[in-house]
Structures are given as C-alpha cells and as structure tokens.
Write a protein that binds this ligand. Structure first.
Ligand code: GCO
Ligand code: MG
Length: 402
C-alpha cells in the first residue's frame, strides 16, 4: 500500500494550522497535525523539503518502521520541529490504518479503557470575580474540571486571561506582544483566587491552575503549599522543566499534584520526572511529542510509576490533533484528564470532526481512523498570517519566561 501523494496544507481559520495529508495508491488518505505555534512554517518546510520526498513510495502500513526511519534517519534527533513533523506523518499513517481496517483508531490501540474522557475547560477573567463568573459559565455547560487563571492586581497583563468567555488565544499577528511579571504579586494573589472559587463552588469541582513556567523551584514549593487547602487537581508547569531535578525541591515541600510536559518532544525530556515520581501528570501531546507511536511509549513508562496522562489541548493544537488525542485518551490505561479549548466556528468548519463534548466528557466518535477531515477548498480561503506568542519581562525589564 504505497504512499503516492503527500501535501502540506497551511491555513488560518482564526489561527494558523499546518496539516499533512497523505494519500495511498488505493486512494485512502490520512491526516496529521503539524502545528507549532509561532513557528509554523519551519515545520511546513521540514515536511516539504525533507520528509515528503522520502515518504513517496513507502508502504503506508509500516508505521513503526516509518517512525524509526525519520527519527534515526535524520541523525539530528529530538526538538519541536523534527518531532512535530514526525508526529504528523505518524498520525496520518494511523488515520490511514484505521480507515483501511474500517475501525476507529482507539480500537486499534487496544479498545476503550473507559466510556468517555474527562476534559477541563479554561475559566479566566481580569480579576477574581470575573474568573468566578467564567467558571460558573463552564459549570453550566456541564464541565466537571476547570482551569482558573486571573489577571493579577498591579500587573497590566498576564498569561491565560482570555478574550471573551469561551476562547483563549495567546498568539498575536505581526509582532510578539509584551507581558510584564512579578512573582511576588502573583504568589501573594493566587491563593485568594482559589479560596474564593472553593467558597463559591464547593469541593467537588476539579480545579486546575497553570503557572506557565514562571517560578523558581522554591517559589513553586511555597505556592504549592499555600494552595494545599484548596486541593487542586494539578498545578501545571510550576517551573521550567529543562532542569528536571528542580522538581525534587518542589516535591519535598508540597502534596499539591504537579503536571508538566506541554513543551516536551520526547520521552527523554520527562524520563527523570517520571522515574523519580516528581510529577503526577505528563502533559505531552500527539503533535509535539512524535505522534501516537511515541506518546504511547511515554504513557507506558509513566504507568509503571503511577503517573497519569493529561495531554495539552489548547487551540493551537488543531482538531486533527484533538481527534488523535481523544483516541489515545480513551484507550490508554493511565489516562488522567484532557485539556479542551473549543476552536472557533471557522476552524470547526475547516476541520469537520466526529468527536463530541457532552456533560464534561468527550468521545472521539466511531468513524474509521481519526474521524477528522479537512475541507481543502475552505481552508484555502484562510491564508497563513504570521503570528507570535507573547514575551514576558519582569517589572525591571529583565526577560522572563512567558
Ligand atoms: C495550556 C498552554 C497554552 C500554551 C499555548 C502555546 O496549558 O493550554 O499553556 O496556553 O501557552 O498552547 O502555544
Ligand atoms: Mg500550559
């Protein structure tokens, strides 16, 4: 079953997406997401200039071999550009296999381990009361788990505060916006946000929070400790995780569960975090961590150490990735939770999909393969527009983590 055609579709139905479409000699096609927010064209070029010429003529059935061929064959290993390109190929091949076998992808991955997948939505506001209102809106919509972010008194802008109730989109056209930051102001404020949320909504609701890599390990330890009475589902990216042993310090001081991994690309980025049980949830996702094939390896390692999955699912991960992630979530035994941010209506029209949200849970649907398609003619009406993620500076002008 030879691959006879491969194309990269770049479109911007509200935000940029890069999609790989592979077609076999029998006319079956598969899709893979290759979107790397703010650096989209680098992956598009990697695919077009280096991967596609080697894909044409290969047997579409050989998923594992193709993965190894592009991972080992490039000599230059790992990294977000390489691994997103490999992920796109891998996802498209799983999609093809599902269609050929006439089965939804989760059936090929061992079948469903649960009835449906718990997801969390994003509630945010410029201050505590607005965030409480946003959370109420999600609860009304059936959500059982909510990530809460709020503007911080004294700071003009910060990570995670959306535009409108249901959408959050950090990338901006033309040039990177600049945010400003004070760890002191943030740490003094965040516990009061969660005290208020618990007071309003009680104990049953799952509450999550994203620190977005902004604290030192000791600062994160203090925050985790102060949040303990509000028993978060997780505290995400408390400190940059290039320093994996930095998490030991946080762990020694707090029982607040930790989640890390949206910027990781391989199992080697989280090996120590998992094996030393320094985290509770691994957030690697299909598009940025080498596709279904590699994500299953990470999940299998994590399972041995009672670490669960919690895949990244922001709007910069296209519906193709969302579909793939839901098949993975449904099938893998040590699933924890899935992030879900609704895409814009334009995006949903460009990528019709079988997955559904109902009562706080999602299901990938039973269409063969991923159950996600692309309307190419419609996609062509939304051409790529350069956009950057923000940068972040401390109040004295020092560059900080965004
Ligand atoms: C999250 C993430 C996102 C990222 C974005 C970057 O937890 O959802 O932190 O908001 O910042 O996906 O491209
Ligand atoms: Mg995050």
């Amino acid at each position: 079953m030879k691959i006879v055609d491969a194309k990269v579709i770049v479109c911007c139905p509200g935000r940029n997406f890069v999609t790989l479409k592979l077609t076999t000699e029998d006319g079956v096609y598969g899709l893979g997401d290759a979107t790397l927010n703010g650096r989209e064209l680098a992956v598009a070029s990697y695919l077009k200039d280096y991967v596609i010429p080697l894909l044409i003529g290969r047997d579409a059935r050989r998923i594992e071999d193709t993965w190894q061929y592009f991972y080992k064959g490039a000599y230059w290993r790992r990294g977000p550009v390489t691994m997103s390109a490999i992920a796109a190929v891998d996802t498209a091949l799983w999609d093809i296999k599902g269609k050929v076998m006439n089965a939804p992808l989760y059936q090929l991955l061992g079948g469903a381990s649960r009835d449906a997948v718990l997801v969390y939505g994003h509630a945010s506001g410029s201050g505590i009361e607005e965030t409480v209102q946003a959370a109420a809106h999600y609860i009304k919509g059936g959500y059982k788990a909510i990530r809460a972010q709020s503007g911080i008194p004294g700071l003009p802008s910060t990570y995670g505060v959306g535009r409108g109730v249901m959408y959050y989109e950090p990338a901006e056209k033309d040039a990177p916006p600049e945010n400003s930051w004070s760890s002191e102001a943030y740490m003094n404020f965040v516990p009061s946000l969660f005290a208020r949320l618990r007071k309003e909504f009680g104990n049953e609701l799952h509450l999550l929070h994203d620190v977005h890599h902004r604290l030192t390990p000791m600062e994160a330890a203090r925050l985790g400790k102060e949040l303990e009475p509000h028993h978060l589902f997780w505290l995400e990216d408390p400190t940059p995780a290039e320093l994996q042993e930095g998490f030991r310090l946080i762990r020694q001081h707090t029982t607040t569960p930790l989640a890390v991994g949206e910027v990781f690309n391989t199992i080697y980025d989280c090996q120590q975090l998992i094996q030393e049980q320094l985290i509770d949830y691994i957030r690697t996702t299909v598009v940025h961590a080498g596709g279904i094939t590699h994500l299953r390896r990470i999940a299998n390692l994590a399972e041995m150490y009672q670490v669960r999955t919690g895949s990244h699912g922001a709007t910069d991960l296209s519906p193709v990735c969302m579909g793939a992630a839901l098949h993975f979530d449904l099938s893998v035994h040590n699933f924890g939770i899935q992030e879900y941010m609704k895409h814009t209506d334009e995006t949903d029209r460009v990528f019709p999909h079988a997955y559904k949200f109902e009562n706080g849970l999602m299901h990938p649907g039973d269409a063969p393969g991923l159950g996600v398609d692309i309307e190419e003619e419609l996609a062509a009406k939304y051409p790529y527009a350069v956009a950057y993620l923000p940068v972040n500076r401390k109040l004295d002008g020092t560059m900080h983590n965004w």
